[in-house]
Design a binder for this molecule. Structure first.
Ligand code: SF4
Length: 647
């Protein structure tokens, strides 16, 4: 037990007083309060570094499964448990660590090119990084500490650079819109550094400039959480150094406009141009403005550690991250239980519930203020059926009725009509992708969703398809760029001149990938466009998207947006939720090694390092996983056919 507070620990304590108390080490830290802090041993430093590296990898994983639109096109459906397993997998970790080291190494190169002077960064030794600058601050019996990714210094200045596996788009596109035109608050300096417009001499503030600048200082926002990390480092440095040189603070991010030219060295390793791939964002002034906030937060954390408080506190979206995913508070389950929020059919089950609940507004009267879910929970309204029926919209009323009656909602007439639009043969298609921060192949950009696998089940006549005989697939070996082989295989199996609907689940993902292929491989544009034009989203048959509602007259007049809703969906139409209703015998848990999209990505990362039997085994398991996805689509359609043909 120790009274060391790393950046990761600090942020955990900052969530809320209760989360701090739950962190469990609190009591031990208090007991250890009087410990002599004069010396930090090498072993302790190694531990801290390990913790920070792990957190960086975690952030990298999070970025892998998100995208710049906040995950809207993400294929993988991730839960926190899936994620923790990956951090224990050696080969996946190895691949992730190489990416993390590469970003730091390129950041150091960029710093040297931009500013000259001395550059200090970590060195890779095996699977660890050593030599990063250690910074720490003793305060009230605690040691707040961190490592700096890259330090550049000369006689007059020191530049602190924190490398982040995000893209420059988040900063470059920050700003208000005027007549639909973006007015960015950042601008590139002649040295290629992104700087706030106020840092330039001819700066004239414009409407909403400061509102947008404020977003940088909000740690609950995507950009804000990166800036907060840097401000935290600044706080430690400024309160622990008497160096009189000027200190400047930067984030290093990936240039979203960078396109990899495909250059490789004699060993076949990719060569990246650090100057082009890395963008430095100068946040010296913003982090200065945040020092008071960080000081307040440091005192809050000290207080929380000294006086652990387990009392109930209201849930709040930003701090608890109530999204059922990888970044939610680890104590959420306990808090939900304490507040009597059921695991199933809570208020969170309602579609659109995030906008709150209240009496329907009467247009002639004043607008009625809606209550947020968390406010209702705090006053004891926790179950879906606790809510006043009149406070629900038409879609939510369907959900209420389904829970109350225990009966599935089905709009057979509409589903039947939608089935009539399908043209045979049906091509059930599914893609797997890897979106590495640093592009892997020529023509790719950072976080490109690089295709490595597809599975296809061909249903030639309605209801006739064999799981094995009617399945074809392609899987890259992960050792070379075989995207062109992927395309050739796919366009051979889905011929352009033959017709037939291409069924996918969540079309935005597959359509996006096809468009990217057309751009990167224009010589296959005709064939790829033919697939793109024939795409039909199976999810639309169950839960029509806005786009499809606009296309169909009979959907426009429906008061409720669902065509099919089963209580077990719990608002989600992910294939994981839908499949068990139609084909309970198809269980992803029964597959070997690869059980979800994230497992598939991790397996693909491993392929590169595997040989012989181990390679064959993983390769086969990946094929089986993707095959299950397209077979699941066929099974769902079979279930729907049965349903609409029932009397
Ligand atoms: S779930 Fe929310 S209220 Fe509960 S400990 Fe976590 S942050 Fe605090």
């Amino acid at each position: 037990m120790t009274n060391q507070i790393s950046k990761t620990t600090f942020l955990k304590y900052l969530r809320c007083p209760r989360a701090a108390a739950f962190e469990g080490d609190a009591a031990a830290i208090v007991r250890d309060y009087q410990r002599n802090l004069a010396h930090i041993g090498g072993e302790e430093k190694a531990k801290i570094l390990e913790e920070e590296t792990k957190e960086k990898l975690r952030q990298l994983f999070i970025r892998l499964i998100e995208n710049d639109e906040g995950g809207a096109e993400s294929e993988a459906e991730i839960e926190s448990g899936d994620f923790d397993g990956l951090l224990k997998d050696d080969l996946t970790l190895k691949a992730m660590l190489s990416t993390y080291f590469k970003i730091e190494q390129l950041t150091a190169e960029k710093a040297k090119k931009t500013f000259g002077g001395q550059v200090l960064s970590g060195m890779r030794v095996g699977d660890q990084v050593i030599g990063q600058r250690y910074i720490n601050l003793f305060k009230d019996g605690f040691n707040f500490h961190s490592f700096v990714d890259v330090v550049q210094e000369d006689d007059s200045a020191v530049r602190i650079i924190e490398a982040k596996s995000t893209t420059s788009k988040k900063f470059a596109e920050l700003g208000p819109k005027k007549n639909k035109e973006l007015c960015p608050i950042f601008e590139r300096s002649p040295f290629g550094v992104l700087r706030l417009k106020e840092d330039f001499e001819d700066f004239k503030p414009f409407d909403k400039y400061y509102d947008n600048r404020e977003k940088l200082m909000d740690r609950f926002r995507d950009v804000g959480r990166y800036v907060y990390d840097l401000a935290w480092q600044r706080y430690i440095i400024e309160n622990s150094t008497d160096d009189k040189r000027e200190y400047r603070y930067y984030l290093a991010v990936l240039n979203s406009d960078y396109v990899f030219d495909g250059r490789q060295d004699e060993k076949g390793e990719n060569i990246y141009d650090a100057d082009d791939l890395i963008v430095l964002v100068d946040l010296t002034q913003v982090t200065k403005d945040m020092l008071l906030i960080v000081d307040r937060d440091v005192n809050t954390v000290i207080d929380r550690i000294n006086k652990p408080d387990f009392s109930r506190v209201p849930l709040e979206k930003p701090k608890c991250k109530i999204n059922g995913s990888y970044d939610q508070c680890p104590w959420l389950k306990i808090c939900m239980k304490d507040l009597m929020v059921p695991d199933k059919n809570s208020l969170y089950v309602y579609r659109g519930g995030h906008t709150g609940f209240g009496p329907a507004s009467d247009k002639s009267k004043e607008k009625v203020q809606k209550e947020k879910i968390e406010e209702l929970i705090w006053r004891g309204i926790t179950k879906a059926l606790d809510i006043d029926y009149d406070w629900l919209n038409d879609t939510q009323k369907v959900q209420y009725d389904v829970i109350k009656s225990g009966k599935t909602f089905v709009d057979k007439k509409v589903i039947k009509a939608m089935f009539k639009d399908l043209k045979y043969p049906l091509f059930h298609l599914d893609f797997e992708t890897m979106n590495f921060p640093i592009p892997m192949y020529r023509g790719e950009v950072p976080y490109q969703q690089s295709l490595f696998q597809y599975s296809l089940h061909i249903e030639r006549t309605p209801g006739v398809c064999d799981k094995e005989k009617d399945n074809v697939s392609f899987l890259s070996t992960g050792k070379t760029d075989d995207r062109e082989e992927f395309i050739k295989s796919m366009i051979k199996n889905i011929p352009a001149n033959q017709g037939g609907t291409v069924i996918v689940y969540n079309a935005i993902f597959e359509s996006g990938r096809l468009r990217e292929l057309i751009e990167m491989f224009p010589k296959y544009a005709v064939e790829l466009n033919s697939i793109l034009e024939r795409i039909y989203d199976l999810k639309d048959i169950l839960d029509p998207s806005k786009k499809i509602i606009a296309d169909y007259e009979y959907l426009k007049s429906k008061p409720c947006t669902f065509n099919y809703y089963n209580e077990s969906f719990q608002r989600s139409y992910s294939i994981k939720k839908v499949l068990p209703v139609f084909a309970p015998h198809l269980d992803y848990a029964n597959l070997d090694e690869v059980h979800n999209g994230l497992d598939a990505q991790a397996a693909f990362m491993r392929l590169k390092y595997l040989e012989g039997k181990a390679f064959d085994e993983t390769y086969k398991n990946m094929i089986e996983y993707c095959k299950q996805d397209t077979w699941a689509m066929f099974e769902i359609m079979q279930g729907l056919r049965k349903l609409i043909n029932e009397k």
